[in-house]
Write a protein that binds this ligand. Structure first.
Ligand SMILES: [Zn+2]
Length: 419
C-alpha cells in the first residue's frame, strides 16, 4: 500500500493546463507487459495437506513436497458445506480453519467458491458468514461452483442465491459482508482480455479438428453477443470485467475467466493438465497482446498423486515464474487483479504545472486499489503525484519502457504468505 504524505514546495491547487503526455495511463503496471491470475476452484482437493502444501509451493521459495517453491503469487478459493472427504471449511479441523483464516488475512485465499453443494438454506450461509466474521475474515470475490444452489449465475450456473423467493437466497447478506466481484460461469478461449478480439493461439496443427471446433465455438459466442444475447456480451467485447446487477438488484462487477486449451474451455482445467496452458507459446502471446487475464482451473484435481503436482505441472509453474522474474507477466491473486482493473478503469487523470514541476492528479473512487498504477509523463523527475487531492510521497520514477515513454508508478508489493 502506498503512503500518503505531504510534499513540500508545490501547490496542489495550481492552475490546471493541458499537458497531454501526462494524461496517459499505462495499461499494465510498469515494467510488466501482461497480468495473469491463476484462479483455482478448490473442487476435489483431497485434504488440508494438499491445499496448503500447494499454496506454499506456489507462493514461497521454501522446500515443499514438490521441491523448492516457485515464489509466485497465487490465491485460492474456499467453500463450506461439501460432502467428504473433499477439503472445505467445515470438513477440515480447527487447525485447518485457523490456517484458512490466516490465508484470508494475507490475501492468499481470495475467492468464495459458493457455500458448497450442500448449502441449501439461508441458515447455512448465516452459519458460514458468522464463522468468517468472528475470525475477522472478508472476501470480495465470488465464484459460482458447479450446480451449487447458492450460485448467482442465472444462465450457465443455474443459481438461486440472488432470488429473494428462494430458500437459499443470500446475496443481500453476502454483498453486505463484502462480495463485490462475481464469476457467473463465463469462460473464453481468447488469450488476453482487454485486448482486441483475436482467436490466434487456439489453433493446434496436430489437432486440426478439435482446435478448429474450439475456435468456431468462440466465434459463435462472439456473434451471439453481437446479436444481443446477454449471455455472450462479455465474449463479444473480450473485456475482463463488466458492471451488472443480480436478480435482487444488487450492483456487482462480473468477471470472465479464460482457458486457452485447444480442446475447449472445459478441458485441461486441472492441476494435472495445466502444463497444456502454461507454456511459452501461450504466455508469449499473452505478453504480446498486453492482456489482463484470469485463468480458469482446479489445482486440487491432482489425480490422486501423492506428490500433489506431477513433474509437468511443476515445470509449468517454473516456466511461469520465469516470466514473472523477467518482469513480463505480473502474476497476482485474482482479487488484486480485479481491483486493479476496476480502479484503473475508473481513474480520472489531470495535470497542472507549478513553476517547473508537473502536478499529476489522480481522482479515484477506489484509492486503496491503486497499487501498480502507472502514469506516462515526459519528465518523471519533475513530477509530483496527488491522489484525491492528497500528496503521495512514495512512488517510483521509471525510465522509458519499450514504447519510449517514461512514467511514474505506485508500488506493487507481492503478498506475504503466512508461515
Ligand atoms: Zn467448483
Amino acid at each position: 500500500m502506498f503512503a500518503l504524505n505531504a510534499v513540500h514546495g508545490v501547490n496542489p491547487d495550481a492552475k490546471s493546463r493541458t499537458v497531454p503526455e501526462c494524461l496517459s495511463i499505462r495499461k499494465i503496471p510498469y515494467p510488466y507487459r501482461a497480468m495473469l491470475a491463476i484462479c483455482s476452484d478448490l473442487d476435489e482437493t483431497p485434504d488440508r495437506q494438499a491445499y496448503f502444501e500447494t499454496a506454499k509451493f506456489l507462493n514461497t521459495c521454501q522446500m515443499t513436497a514438490m521441491g523448492a517453491g516457485v515464489g509466485l503469487e497465487v490465491g485460492n478459493s474456499i467453500y463450506f458445506d461439501m460432502p467428504g472427504p473433499q477439503f472445505s471449511y467445515w470438513n477440515t479441523d480447527d487447525h485447518g480453519r485457523g490456517m484458512i483464516a490466516d490465508c484470508i488475512h494475507s490475501g492468499h485465499i481470495d475467492c468464495l467458491h459458493s457455500y458448497g453443494d450442500r448449502a441449501t438454506q439461508r441458515s447455512h450461509v448465516e452459519r458460514a458468514l458468522e464463522a468468517l466474521t468472528r475470525n475477522n475474515c472478508r472476501l470480495e470475490v465470488w465464484i459460482d461452483h458447479a450446480t451449487a444452489p447458492s450460485n448467482f449465475g442465472r444462465d450457465i450456473m443455474r443459481g438461486r442465491g440472488d432470488l429473494p423467493s428462494a430458500e437459499i437466497y443470500h446475496s443481500d447478506l453476502s454483498c453486505q459482508w463484502g462480495i463485490q466481484f462475481v464469476w457467473l460461469g463465463r469462460v473464453t478461449s481468447i488469450i488476453g482480455q482487454d485486448s482486441s478480439w483475436n482467436l490466434s493461439g487456439i489453433w493446434n496443427p496436430k489437432e486440426k479438428i478439435s482446435s478448429t471446433a474450439t475456435g468456431l465455438k468462440e466465434a459463435v459466442k462472439c456473434l451471439a453477443g453481437a446479436l444481443g444475447r446477454s449471455k455472450y456480451a462479455m465474449h463479444k467485447a473480450n473485456e475482463l470485467i463488466q458492471e451488472t446487477t443480480l436478480r435482487d438488484g444488487k450492483a456487482v462487477v462480473e468477471f470472465m475467466r479464460f482457458n486457452p486449451n485447444w480442446k475447449g474451455v472445459s478441458w485441461g482445467a486441472t492441476a494435472d493438465e495445466i502444463a497444456e496452458v502454461l507454456r511459452p507459446a501461450i504466455l508469449d502471446r499473452l505478453v504480446r497482446r498486453e492482456g489482463i487475464s484470469i485463468l480458469y482451473t482446479h489445482l486440487g484435481k491432482i489425480g490422486g498423486s501423492s506428490k500433489i503436482f506431477k513433474a509437468a505441472t511443476i515445470k509449468a509453474f517454473k516456466t511461469l515464474a520465469r516470466y514473472s522474474r523477467d518482469q513480463k507477466i505480473l502474476v497476482a491473486a485474482t482479487q488484486r487483479i480485479l481491483k486493479y482493473r476496476r480502479a484503473a478503469g475508473d481513474l480520472k487523470v489531470s495535470c497542472a504545472s507549478a513553476g517547473d514541476r508537473f502536478l499529476i492528479r489522480l481522482d479515484s473512487r477506489y484509492p486503496e486499489d491503486l497499487d501498480g498504477i502507472t502514469v506516462y509523463t515526459g519528465q518523471p523527475e519533475k513530477s509530483d503525484l496527488f491522489i484525491n487531492g492528497r500528496a503521495v510521497r512514495h512512488f517510483h520514477r521509471n525510465p522509458a519502457d519499450p514504447t519510449g515513454r517514461k512514467s511514474i508508478s505506485l508500488p506493487w508489493k507481492k503478498l506475504e504468505y503466512p508461515v
